[in-house]
Design a protein around this ligand. Structure first.
Ligand code: PHE
Length: 474
């Protein structure tokens, strides 16, 4: 007999942990820029429709699958498919994907950590200088920052679900909300803040093209941490009193609210820096926005609040992003940890040690692929360009595999596990679920149009990423 599975101590603990996973760099930086570039309020509307009509049922199904089996993806697919070879591949993807995304996300989190260290020590001007970013990520000190982040994440994960993950979420998430609101209030007092706000909120439906719609769905999918095995794993720690559908709804609302609020922070700041900015020139990647553009914005604040004031604001911002990143990183690493503990019967400590060595090594490879080591910098080439090791991890796992995992999950839940079983699981902790319109919607959508839409997004992303063609011709 294996030891009883650990559970979250309360519904709110679970919701905060899942929201902690969902709220990340994607919300704080990716969403605001995407929205501003792609039609403001109109993008928000499309995004919100996707979150609630397409992503939420997938989220609910992931959580239900986890709670039913009390397993991570490999174990979950295995136990409900009677050990089918085909489905065990889906389970394997469900653990490999988070493992590789963790590598990529770790690199970003390490950079953020380094930025905090630099702003605290009065080096904001260096961060904002043209050479700053490139030098920082290629300096040997970056490995010190890596050790720091690894220690923090290990500290949280080794303590387990209740005393580690849940406790961290219960402290970090409320702090993050308060910091975010304080930042918004501060930013709205800046000159030209209203111009940014207008740009963010006023809908421009002419910008809504098929490509934008495709982007909105990918953004929503990734922002809610779907297709990464995380919600299956966290689901396996939910107790049987919890109403899954309601909890998932709260997670989705929180995630969307944070993304929206982040827009109220980022865009007024961007416009106060340059009132005449052409938003189409804002880079698509949140990476360049956070690491090269935002430091300049913070430095510009010194005209009104002095260098120390500007450094304080910058530190505050990077700490905010860091908290969001840590709770996401913890959630994604919990998937392979849980796999090693449940399937491979290792202790948590041993599992974390194995990850430290394997994921740690890959993280080092990704870190040195920005110029430090040319083998990793010029790792391969496709779609007409050279790609570093970091790019490959990003392109394959972050961008492409997520919808595929989501598609497989919909098919598995609807046709292998079966809708009636899903309903049964979801009515535990929710007496009114059976017969409700929510049940009808979930069962219908998960077995029909949701997998169809996700499949189109997957095919289109592969075409664009690896062959530089768009299905929509746009
Ligand atoms: N939802 C996260 C975000 O918006 C995505 C993520 C979750 C990434 C977990 C990595 C790990 O940034």
């Amino acid at each position: 007999m294996s030891a009883a599975r650990e559970h979250f101590s309360s519904k709110i603990g679970f919701i905060l942990a899942a929201a902690g996973s969902a709220v990340g760099i994607g919300n704080l930086v990716g969403f605001p820029v995407n929205a501003a570039k792609n039609g403001g309020g109109a993008f928000l509307l499309v995004y919100a429709l996707f979150v609630f009509l397409v992503c939420l049922p997938v989220m609910i199904a992931e959580m239900a699958l986890g709670r039913k089996t009390e397993k991570e993806p490999v174990g979950a697919y295995k136990s409900l498919s009677g050990g089918s070879k085909l489905w065990s591949v889906a389970g394997l993807f469900g653990v490999l994907t988070p493992f590789m995304i963790a590598v990529f996300y770790m690199v970003l989190t390490v950079w953020i950590f380094a930025y905090i260290a630099l702003t605290v020590t009065g080096n904001l001007d260096y961060l904002a200088s043209p050479a700053g970013f490139g030098e920082i990520i290629n300096s040997p000190y970056i490995f010190l920052a890596m050790a720091g982040v690894a220690a923090i994440v290990n500290f949280i994960l080794v303590a387990g679900v209740k005393d580690g993950i849940e406790k961290a979420a219960k402290t970090l998430m409320p702090t993050l909300f308060v910091m975010l609101v304080l930042m918004v209030i501060f930013v709205l007092t800046l000159d030209n803040a209203m111009a940014g706000l207008k740009f963010f909120i006023i809908p421009d439906f002419s910008k809504i093209t098929p490509t934008v719609i495709n982007g909105a769905l990918s953004q929503a999918f990734f922002s809610l941490s779907l297709g990464m095995g995380i919600l299956i794993t966290y689901g396996s720690y939910i107790n049987r009193q919890t109403n899954i559908a309601n909890s998932a709804k709260l997670v989705a609302i929180t995630d969307t609210a944070v993304a929206f609020t982040a827009g109220l922070m980022i865009l007024p700041a961007v416009f106060s820096f340059d009132p005449a900015i052409d938003t189409s020139t804002l880079s698509d990647s949140s990476v360049s926005l956070i690491f090269t553009f935002l430091p300049k914005i913070f430095l510009a604040l010194q005209a009104s609040i002095g260098y120390i004031g500007a450094s304080v604001v910058a530190t505050f911002f990077f700490v905010l992003v860091f908290f969001a990143a840590i709770t996401s990183l913890v959630s994604i690493l919990e998937v392979p940890v849980s796999y090693l503990v449940t399937e491979k019967k290792h202790s948590r400590k041993k599992a974390l040690f194995i990850l430290l060595i394997t994921a740690g090594l890959l993280t080092i490879f990704a870190t040195v692929s920005f110029g430090m080591v040319s083998f990793f910098t010029e790792f391969t080439s496709y779609a007409g360009g050279t790609r570093s090791f970091f790019d490959v991890v990003y392109d394959i796992f972050y961008d492409t595999i997520l919808p595929l995992n989501g598609f497989l999950l919909c098919i598995f839940v609807s046709y292998r596990w079966k809708k009636a079983k899903l309903s049964e699981e979801l009515s535990i902790g929710s007496e009114s679920y059976k017969g409700s319109w929510v049940e009808k919607y979930i069962n219908f959508s998960l077995s029909t149009f949701i997998p169809a839409i996700i499949l189109v997004v997957f095919i289109n992303t592969v075409a664009q990423k690896f062959f530089a063609v768009s299905l929509f011709g746009l």
